[in-house]
Ligand binder design. Structure first.
Ligand code: ADP
Ligand code: MG
Length: 552
């Protein structure tokens, strides 16, 4: 390890030289109050910024109780990262010169509390990962500016943000306690056989289609009395809310009455939210998968015969392959994939579903003979999925009464107010006609080892692997662009390290998560990640990305 003095001398030597000379800065240095590791130096001033890590001692610093469980650790790291953003905003990210020159960037944060590699707390140390735009005037090194960052800004940051004595301890305590409460709800869901919990007072709608902040002046959620459960939380006492039981639950109601908003909040309940979000106590079984139509996706040798048979081109739907799925075949594939991934709850909104996948009415069944209709609608399978396989469904239906007969519970959204209309629905429902479905292994495609050199992520929209695009746009539970960046690296990791032509996408995903469980998230992410700061995704979204990659 070199000293800070040596770094200073080096910076003086390369000052005003051509930008390439910055490469020499790569290395590890003992600085005042922290250790600096320069992992990657950008090639020119306009390239993706350089990457550095700071190691700050955690001896006699952050107390063990803020990171002694997995959820507390994630919550504490999240809180510290948010403080870091505050510090960087105040210091204008160190910006000087043109472009990204002098910019110091930390992993972005949204409304969710997620595991990120940006800040990592352990007994020994706090590890912080940052991007730094190494300063330049034109293409000439401006080393004095970098010196200000390493010798001025970073020591101040270490003191202000990473020194427990100087932070807002109450805010951190509240974040950790919120995580305890959320964890308690997750545990209670299992005990009480609930698929989801939506607390009274929750603010479900978001500010706009492009803002995840809570809508101001929203009508807070209130549970109907006969669906209410009261949970006792360690730091909040009794919290009342709507308990959605396992089974088949419909969310009905007129257009624009808040049905999709409720379902969206539920699908996001697989993640924990920060204080002030409004969805702090909207918690859903973490394995829940939102299903939707996704025309045009690829399907690699999957058994979708639970829903689709006798296609006009005689395609074998037990080994279905397509480069261009239809609405119904894509939704069928996503459903069997979710089941294979162990999803205990499936979420569907008729707004984003293929109608012919969802229902087929009597008149149409009379007109078109059964053998000419390849689709067994979801309606026919929904009860068996629950009764025989323990897989619950929560679905939004505003237009088709056919599902009333399949439902255990019907919630009506009426001017944003939830009402339990199950009894009335039972009175008017037709008898249920379903079939028994069998759970089979559906992912037949085994994946061969593949070398990928260049990965990129384009927000949450898509990834590219050596220029081949993977569309993620329709993965509604992929909530953070950092998750997309992580998935890019995880898929790359899996294809080079685990794929051997014998395992399918789910088996590869499982192996990956075993490794993460054992060695941590950082162990499967490269130190230098040009595609963006990685945020831990769920297994379900990693699987989804693998299955949407045409190059396997
Ligand atoms: P639906 O699916 O029933 O047609 P949406 O859930 O899309 O209705 O909601 C319609 C509109 O109402 C959206 O703009 C949404 O933001 C707003 N909204 C939903 N819930 C609430 C609420 N609790 N308070 C205020 N506005 C809401
Ligand atoms: Mg809707």
């Amino acid at each position: 390890m070199k000293t800070g003095e040596e770094l200073k001398n080096l910076l003086h030597q390369i000052d005003h030289k051509s930008y390439k000379a910055y490469k020499e800065v790569k290395g590890t240095y003992r600085m005042q109050g922290y250790v600096l590791i320069v992992d990657h130096v950008q090639g020119d001033p306009f390239a993706t910024p350089s990457r550095v890590r700071l190691m700050i001692s955690n001896k006699n610093n952050f107390p063990g109780e803020v990171f002694d469980t997995k959820w507390r650790k994630t919550a504490a790291e999240d809180d510290i990262l948010r403080n870091l953003h505050g510090f960087l905003r105040k210091n204008r990210g160190g910006k000087s010169g043109s472009g990204k020159s002098g910019l110091v960037l930390a992993c972005r944060v949204g409304q969710e509390v997620m595991e990120r590699t940006a800040v990592e707390l352990s007994e020994e140390q706090i590890e912080v990962r940052l991007e730094v735009g190494f300063p330049a005037f034109g293409r000439t090194i401006a080393a004095g500016e970098l010196e200000k960052i390493f010798f001025g800004m970073f020591p101040a940051m270490a003191k202000e943000v990473f020194c427990y004595a100087n932070i807002n301890k109450n805010k951190l305590k509240r974040a950790v306690e919120l995580a305890d409460n959320q964890q308690k709800i997750r545990e209670t869901l299992v005990e009480k056989k609930l698929a989801a919990f939506v607390a009274d007072g929750a603010i479900l709608p978001r500010e706009s289609g492009v803002s995840d902040l809570p809508l101001k002046k929203a009508v807070p959620f209130t549970s109907p009395d006969d669906l209410a459960v009261t949970l006792t939380l360690p730091h909040a006492g009794a919290v009342r809310g709507m308990g959605i039981k396992e089974g088949v639950t419909l969310i009905a109601g007129g257009g624009y009455h808040g049905k999709s908003t409720l379902l969206k909040a539920i699908q996001n309940g697989v993640y924990d939210h920060i204080s002030g979000d409004g969805r702090e106590y909207v918690i859903t079984d973490a394995s829940a998968v939102k299903l939707r139509a996704e025309e045009g996706r690829c399907i690699h040798d999957e058994d979708i015969s639970m829903f689709i048979n006798n296609l006009p081109n005689k395609a074998d739907t037990r080994h279905f392959v397509t480069e261009n799925a239809s609405g119904s075949t894509s939704q069928a594939a996503q459903t069997v994939e979710a089941i294979e991934s162990g999803a205990r709850v499936l979420l569907i909104d008729e707004d984003t579903s293929a109608t012919n996948f969802m229902v087929r009415d009597h008149k149409m069944a009379m007109l078109v003979a059964a053998e000419k209709e390849p689709i067994t609608p979801y309606l026919s399978c929904v009860r068996s999925l629950y009764e025989d396989h323990g897989i619950s469904t929560i679905l939004v239906v505003g237009s088709s009464g056919a599902y009333l007969s399949a439902a255990d519970c019907v919630i009506q959204m009426d001017e944003y107010e939830a009402k339990n209309v199950t009894a009335r629905a039972k009175e008017i429902a037709d008898p249920y006609e379903g079939i028994q479905v069998e759970k089979k292994e559906c992912l037949h495609h085994t994946i061969a080892k593949k070398q990928i050199d260049k990965v990129r992520a384009f927000g949450k929209e898509s990834l590219s692997f050596d220029r081949e695009e993977v569309i993620l746009r329709d993965l509604e539970q992929l909530n953070d662009e950092g998750q997309a960046a992580a998935i890019a690296y995880l898929v790359q990791y899996v294809l080079t390290n685990y794929a051997d032509g014998r395992k399918n996408a789910w088996e590869l995903t499982e192996l990956l998560y075993q490794q993460i469980e054992k060695k941590g998230f950082a162990s499967v992410i490269p130190v230098y990640y040009g595609a963006g700061a990685p945020v831990m995704p769920r297994k379900q979204e990693v699987l989804a990305a693998l299955l949407r990659y045409r190059g396997i």
